[in-house]
Ligand binder design. Structure first.
Ligand code: RB5
Length: 146
Protein backbone atom coordinates (compact mmCIF):
# COMPACT_ATOMS: atom_id res chain seq x y z
CA UNK A 1 0.00 0.00 0.00
CA UNK A 2 1.34 3.42 -1.03
CA UNK A 3 0.03 6.57 0.60
CA UNK A 4 0.64 9.98 -0.98
CA UNK A 5 0.93 12.78 1.55
CA UNK A 6 0.85 16.53 0.99
CA UNK A 7 0.95 19.64 3.13
CA UNK A 8 1.64 23.35 3.20
CA UNK A 9 4.07 25.37 5.33
CA UNK A 10 1.92 25.25 8.50
CA UNK A 11 1.91 21.44 8.64
CA UNK A 12 5.50 20.37 8.03
CA UNK A 13 6.29 18.73 11.39
CA UNK A 14 2.73 17.45 11.65
CA UNK A 15 3.07 15.75 8.24
CA UNK A 16 6.31 14.15 9.41
CA UNK A 17 4.64 12.79 12.57
CA UNK A 18 1.68 11.37 10.65
CA UNK A 19 3.99 9.81 8.05
CA UNK A 20 6.11 8.17 10.74
CA UNK A 21 3.00 6.89 12.51
CA UNK A 22 1.66 5.23 9.34
CA UNK A 23 5.02 3.75 8.36
CA UNK A 24 5.64 2.28 11.81
CA UNK A 25 2.10 1.03 12.53
CA UNK A 26 1.05 -0.21 9.09
CA UNK A 27 4.31 -0.62 7.20
CA UNK A 28 2.86 1.37 4.30
CA UNK A 29 5.11 3.33 1.97
CA UNK A 30 4.66 7.10 2.24
CA UNK A 31 5.28 9.24 -0.84
CA UNK A 32 5.84 12.87 0.11
CA UNK A 33 4.33 15.50 -2.23
CA UNK A 34 4.31 18.28 0.36
CA UNK A 35 6.72 21.03 1.25
CA UNK A 36 9.43 20.36 3.84
CA UNK A 37 10.03 24.06 4.41
CA UNK A 38 8.24 26.58 6.62
CA UNK A 39 8.53 29.20 3.85
CA UNK A 40 5.06 30.24 2.65
CA UNK A 41 3.73 27.56 0.27
CA UNK A 42 0.48 27.53 -1.70
CA UNK A 43 -1.58 24.52 -0.61
CA UNK A 44 -3.27 23.89 -4.03
CA UNK A 45 0.12 22.80 -5.36
CA UNK A 46 0.49 19.80 -3.06
CA UNK A 47 -3.27 19.15 -2.93
CA UNK A 48 -3.22 18.71 -6.70
CA UNK A 49 0.04 16.71 -6.70
CA UNK A 50 -1.35 14.11 -4.29
CA UNK A 51 -4.73 14.03 -6.06
CA UNK A 52 -3.06 13.50 -9.46
CA UNK A 53 -1.06 10.61 -8.00
CA UNK A 54 -4.18 8.99 -6.53
CA UNK A 55 -6.24 9.52 -9.70
CA UNK A 56 -3.36 8.24 -11.85
CA UNK A 57 -2.83 5.17 -9.67
CA UNK A 58 0.78 5.81 -8.68
CA UNK A 59 -0.37 5.81 -5.03
CA UNK A 60 -3.38 4.03 -3.51
CA UNK A 61 -4.72 6.76 -1.23
CA UNK A 62 -3.90 10.33 -0.28
CA UNK A 63 -3.68 12.36 2.90
CA UNK A 64 -3.44 16.16 2.74
CA UNK A 65 -2.90 18.60 5.57
CA UNK A 66 -2.97 22.39 5.80
CA UNK A 67 -4.00 24.73 8.62
CA UNK A 68 -7.68 23.80 8.50
CA UNK A 69 -7.64 21.03 5.90
CA UNK A 70 -10.16 23.05 3.94
CA UNK A 71 -8.07 24.68 1.20
CA UNK A 72 -6.00 21.61 0.42
CA UNK A 73 -9.10 19.37 0.53
CA UNK A 74 -11.05 21.62 -1.85
CA UNK A 75 -8.04 21.62 -4.19
CA UNK A 76 -7.85 17.81 -4.17
CA UNK A 77 -11.56 17.51 -4.94
CA UNK A 78 -11.09 19.49 -8.17
CA UNK A 79 -9.20 16.56 -9.69
CA UNK A 80 -11.38 14.09 -11.59
CA UNK A 81 -11.88 10.83 -9.72
CA UNK A 82 -11.03 12.25 -6.31
CA UNK A 83 -13.38 11.97 -3.35
CA UNK A 84 -11.59 13.75 -0.52
CA UNK A 85 -13.26 13.98 2.89
CA UNK A 86 -12.36 17.06 4.92
CA UNK A 87 -12.93 16.03 8.52
CA UNK A 88 -11.93 16.58 12.12
CA UNK A 89 -13.17 13.43 13.83
CA UNK A 90 -12.95 9.64 13.40
CA UNK A 91 -16.66 8.94 12.79
CA UNK A 92 -16.85 10.86 9.51
CA UNK A 93 -13.47 9.46 8.50
CA UNK A 94 -14.77 5.88 8.86
CA UNK A 95 -18.16 6.53 7.26
CA UNK A 96 -16.55 8.38 4.37
CA UNK A 97 -14.78 5.14 3.44
CA UNK A 98 -17.74 2.84 4.08
CA UNK A 99 -20.37 4.94 2.27
CA UNK A 100 -18.57 7.40 -0.01
CA UNK A 101 -15.50 5.34 -0.97
CA UNK A 102 -13.23 8.31 -0.30
CA UNK A 103 -9.75 7.97 -1.75
CA UNK A 104 -8.32 11.01 0.04
CA UNK A 105 -8.63 12.65 3.44
CA UNK A 106 -7.84 16.21 4.56
CA UNK A 107 -7.52 17.62 8.04
CA UNK A 108 -6.04 20.67 9.70
CA UNK A 109 -2.87 20.91 11.77
CA UNK A 110 -4.35 23.97 13.51
CA UNK A 111 -7.65 22.21 14.22
CA UNK A 112 -6.91 18.57 15.05
CA UNK A 113 -4.37 17.56 17.72
CA UNK A 114 -1.87 14.90 16.67
CA UNK A 115 -3.34 12.11 18.80
CA UNK A 116 -6.82 12.74 17.42
CA UNK A 117 -5.34 12.87 13.92
CA UNK A 118 -3.87 9.40 14.47
CA UNK A 119 -7.33 8.08 15.45
CA UNK A 120 -8.80 9.69 12.32
CA UNK A 121 -6.11 8.08 10.17
CA UNK A 122 -6.67 4.67 11.84
CA UNK A 123 -10.41 4.74 11.12
CA UNK A 124 -9.91 5.96 7.57
CA UNK A 125 -7.17 3.45 6.69
CA UNK A 126 -8.92 0.40 8.15
CA UNK A 127 -12.53 0.99 7.05
CA UNK A 128 -13.70 -0.80 3.89
CA UNK A 129 -16.08 0.54 1.27
CA UNK A 130 -19.44 -1.26 1.58
CA UNK A 131 -20.62 -0.83 -2.01
CA UNK A 132 -24.21 -1.99 -2.59
CA UNK A 133 -26.71 0.87 -2.60
CA UNK A 134 -23.90 3.33 -1.88
CA UNK A 135 -22.45 2.65 -5.33
CA UNK A 136 -25.47 4.27 -7.00
CA UNK A 137 -24.66 7.54 -5.25
CA UNK A 138 -20.93 7.34 -5.85
CA UNK A 139 -21.69 6.70 -9.54
CA UNK A 140 -23.91 9.81 -9.57
CA UNK A 141 -20.95 11.85 -8.30
CA UNK A 142 -18.72 10.38 -11.02
CA UNK A 143 -21.38 11.27 -13.63
CA UNK A 144 -21.13 14.91 -12.57
CA UNK A 145 -17.47 14.89 -13.61
CA UNK A 146 -18.30 14.10 -17.26
C1 RB5 B 1 -2.23 29.10 5.63
O1 RB5 B 1 -2.09 30.24 6.40
C2 RB5 B 1 -3.68 28.61 5.68
O2 RB5 B 1 -4.51 29.48 4.99
C3 RB5 B 1 -3.77 27.21 5.10
O3 RB5 B 1 -2.92 26.37 5.80
C4 RB5 B 1 -5.12 26.52 5.15
O4 RB5 B 1 -5.67 26.59 6.42
C5 RB5 B 1 -6.08 26.90 4.10
O5 RB5 B 1 -7.18 26.34 3.98
Amino acid sequence: MKIGIGNDHVAVEYKEEISKYIEEKYGYEIVNFGTDSTERFNYPESGKAVADAVAGGTVDKGIVICGTGVGIGISANKVKGIRCVICSEPYSARLSRQHNNTNMIAFGSRVVGLELAKMIVDEWLTAEYEGGHHQVRVDMISEMEK
